[in-house]
Design a protein around this ligand. Structure first.
Ligand code: ADP
Ligand code: MG
Length: 391
C-alpha cells in the first residue's frame, strides 16, 4: 500500500502505533503530515495530533490554533497552546558574532535549513582549500561578496540525495532543526544554510579560521593549565546550554571543537562546539541505546552496549578532551580498537607522575571519568566545580 495513503488512513482512525511506525520507517518526503494531522484532529485523535505537531510548519500550527479557538474544541486549542509555549521556552536567537550583522546573504533557516538556488549561487567554493575531513564529508573554504566585501565561510560537502537512505535524510533535517531550535550560543556552531541536490549536499557555516582543536594540539602538544581552563569553560557553557534543552551531542571530541580565530595567547581563544550530526533531543528520564560516537571518546557503557544516558556520555567525552588538552594524549589508548575498548572498560584512570597537576583539576577529571555513569558528575556539577570557579 502507498505509505502516504496508509499514513493518512491510520491517522484518521486513531491508530497511534501504526502512525508512529510509518513515521519511523517510510521515506519522510512521501508523507503528507498536514493531511494526516487534519484527519487526526478532525476525528479527535489528540495523541496523534501531538506526535505530528513537530513535523508541521509553525504557521500551520498557529493557524489551526486560531481555528480551534473560534469554533471547535478546547482540547485541541490546549494542545496547540502547550506546544507553542514549550517552543517559546527555547531562547530566542541572538547574534553573538562580530561578523554576523548584515553581511550575510539572506537565508531561510526556519524549518529545514535550506536556502534557494540563487542564494546558494552567491557562495563560491575553493576546492583547492580543504579545511578538514570528517566521517561524513569534506569541508572546503568558501566565500561570498556582499557590497563588494569578501566574507569567508566553511562549506561542508556530503554525498547527495541519491546516495542517502531515508534515515540519513531524516537525520540531516533533524540536525538542522535541532541547531535552529536551540538558538544561538557563542560557543555553538551556527548553520548559515544548506543546499541539497541529487549529487551533493552543501552545508554552509561561518568560517572558524583557527581550525579544529585536534590540529591545534598537534602543534602545541599540550596546553598549560590556564589555557585548558579558558577553553574548557567555554565548552562547559556550550554543553550546559545543550543539556538544559535536553539536547545531547554524542560526538564531543577535539576534531569537533573549532577555534574561532588563531589564538595568539592563552586567553583570547574562542572555541565553538560543532558537528551536531549525532546529536539528539532526549527524554530527561530516558535511556538511549544506539552505540554512536568516536571510540577514543566513547564512554564505557556505550562500548558495553548498555542503555545509556546521553548527558553522561557527553560528560565522559568532555573529560577525555580536558585530559587530552592537559596531557597531550587521551587517557585510554591503544594500538587497535580492541585494546582501546578494553582500556576504556577496565583500566584505571592514571595521571602521569612526571607532570604536575593541580588537585582540583585532578578531582574534576576523576569525577567526569567515572566508569560507572551513575557515579559520574553531571554538567551542573562540572560547571560549578572548584577548578572552574578559581581564576
Ligand atoms: N566552520 C568551520 N571552519 C573551519 N573548519 C571547519 C569548519 N567546520 C568543519 N571544519 C573542519 O572540517 C572537519 C570536519 O567537519 P565536521 O563538521 O566535523 O564533519 P563530519 O560531520 O564529517 O565529522 C572538522 O574537524 C574541522 O577540521
Ligand atoms: Mg566531525
Amino acid at each position: 500500500m502507498d505509505p502516504n495513503a496508509d499514513f493518512i488512513y491510520q491517522a484518521s482512525k486513531g491508530n497511534i502505533d501504526a502512525v508512529q511506525e510509518i513515521i519511523n520507517s517510510a521515506d519522510k518526503n512521501d508523507l503528507d503530515y498536514f493531511q494526516a494531522f487534519s484527519e487526526a484532529s478532525d476525528n479527535g485523535h489528540y495523541d496523534i495530533v501531538k506526535i505530528l505537531l513537530p513535523f508541521l510548519d509553525k504557521k500551520i500550527i498557529a493557524h489551526n490554533r486560531q481555528k480551534a479557538r473560534t469554533f471547535r474544541n478546547r482540547v485541541l486549542e490546549n494542545i496547540f497552546t502547550d506546544y507553542l509555549n514549550e517552543q517559546s521556552t527555547i531562547p530566542k536567537p541572538f547574534n553573538t558574532y562580530a561578523d554576523a550583522s548584515t553581511s550575510e546573504p539572506p537565508t531561510t533557516l526556519a524549518g529545514i535549513c535550506t536556502i534557494t538556488e540563487s542564494q546558494f549561487k552567491k557562495y563560491h567554493i575553493n576546492y583547492k582549500k580543504v579545511l578538514g575531513k570528517g566521517g561524513f564529508g569534506t569541508v572546503y573554504l568558501g566565500y561570498y561578496y556582499s557590497n563588494e566585501n569578501l566574507t569567508y565561510v566553511a562549506i561542508k560537502i556530503q554525498r547527495g540525495l541519491r546516495y542517502l537512505t531515508p534515515s540519513d535524510y531524516h537525520q540531516m533535517k533533524y540536525e538542522c532543526n535541532l541547531l535552529n531550535n536551540m538558538g544561538y550560543h557563542l560557543n555553538i556552531i551556527r548553520i548559515l544554510g544548506g543546499y541539497v541536490t541529487d549529487d551533493n549536499i552543501y552545508w554552509i557555516y561561518p568560517l572558524m579560521d583557527g581550525g579544529d582543536l585536534s590540529k591545534y594540539l598537534d602543534v602545541k602538544r599540550q596546553l598549560p593549565e590556564e589555557h585548558c581552563k579558558h577553553i574548557f569553560r567555554q565548552l562547559v557553557s556550550a554543553v550546559y546550554f545543550c543539556h538544559q534543552q535536553y539536547v545531547v551531542h554524542r560526538d564531543i571530541k577535539l576534531e569537533n571543537i573549532l577555534l574561532y580565530s588563531q589564538c595568539s595567547n592563552t586567553l583570547n581563544c574562542t572555541v565553538v562546539l560543532s558537528d551536531f550530526g549525532l546529536a539528539v533531543k532526549v527524554d530527561p528520564d530516558g535511556y538511549l541505546i544506539d552505540p554512536v560516537g568516536t571510540l577514543d571518546y566513547m564512554a564505557p557503557e556505550i562500548i558495553l552496549r548498555k542503555p545509556y544516558k546521553g548527558q553522561l556520555v557527553d560528560i565522559w567525552s568532555l573529560g577525555i578532551c580536558l585530559y587530552e588538552l592537559y596531557y597531550g594524549k587521551t587517557p585510554f589508548h591503544g594500538t587497535n580498537d580492541e585494546v582501546i575498548e578494553e582500556s576504556i572498560i577496565s583500566l584505571p584512570l592514571l595521571f602521569p607522575e612526571h607532570i604536575k597537576i593541580n588537585s582540583d583539576l585532578k578531582n574534576l577529571l576523576k569525577i567526569m571519568l567515572k566508569k560507572d555513569f551513575r557515579e559520574r558528575a553531571n554538567i551542573l556539577l562540572v560547571k560549578n566545580h572548584k577548578w572552574l570557579s578559581t581564576s
